[in-house]
Write a protein that binds this ligand. Structure first.
Ligand code: SF4
Length: 198
């Protein structure tokens, strides 16, 4: 087949695909099927995401030992669909569990930006919430919410693994309530939840 014929067949197959796409899109719109599929798919993805939360395997200080205990055999967070992963590109929950030094602010923001939407942030322990024992220190941020929007606060120094598992449960309820919309688009109903404050 000559180059001209090849180009022609590629051109015509692209037109064919576009035409079929336009016709099926019009048919779906006319029959309201598009809205139905959108609602069903949205509910399905929302269900799938809240049943399999993937927090980033990031330990900063002593609260990280409680995070490790939550994932180990005694508390076994995987029973509740919580799977720790080591790459931000596979995660949808940033679990911050220690003081954020001003030097670490840029790297942790970069990790957050590398995570795909929709994503969520949990501040675990006093250091992540307000700086903890380092409050108003010269080199520690007064909470991770000064750089990243937080969905769930888990107070304690350190919070126990049960509190962390409860935090994931509350995050699940929040995902049911406001849907799996992107973090920058959440306005209504996006008040953070404080564990122990219900
Ligand atoms: S909140 Fe307490 S236990 Fe957790 S990282 Fe800070 S000092 Fe350590």
């Amino acid at each position: 087949m000559s180059e001209e014929e090849q180009n022609y067949s590629m051109f015509s197959s692209r037109i064919l695909v576009d035409t079929i796409g336009d016709v099926s899109d019009d048919a779906l719109k006319a029959s309201k099927m598009k809205e139905v599929i959108g609602v069903l798919a949205g509910r399905f993805f929302n269900w799938g995401q809240r049943k399999s939360l993937f927090p980033l395997h990031l330990g900063i200080k002593c609260c990280a030992l409680e995070m490790a205990a939550a994932g180990a055999s005694r508390f076994d967070a995987e029973r509740f669909g919580v799977f720790f992963r080591s790459s931000p590109r596979q995660c949808d929950v940033l679990l911050v569990n220690g003081p954020i030094s001003k030097k670490f602010a840029d790297p942790i923001t970069r990790l957050w930006e590398q995570m795909p939407e929709p994503k969520w942030c949990i501040a675990m322990g006093e250091c992540a919430i307000s700086g903890g024992p380092y409050f108003q220190s010269y080199n520690i941020l007064e909470g991770v919410d000064t750089i990243i929007p937080v969905d769930i606060y888990i107070p304690g120094c350190p919070p126990r693994p049960e509190a962390l598992i409860d935090g994931f449960g509350k995050l699940r309820e929040k995902i049911i309530r406001i849907g799996a919309m992107p973090s920058h688009a959440r306005i209504d109903g996006n008040l953070p939840v404080i564990i122990g404050d219900e």
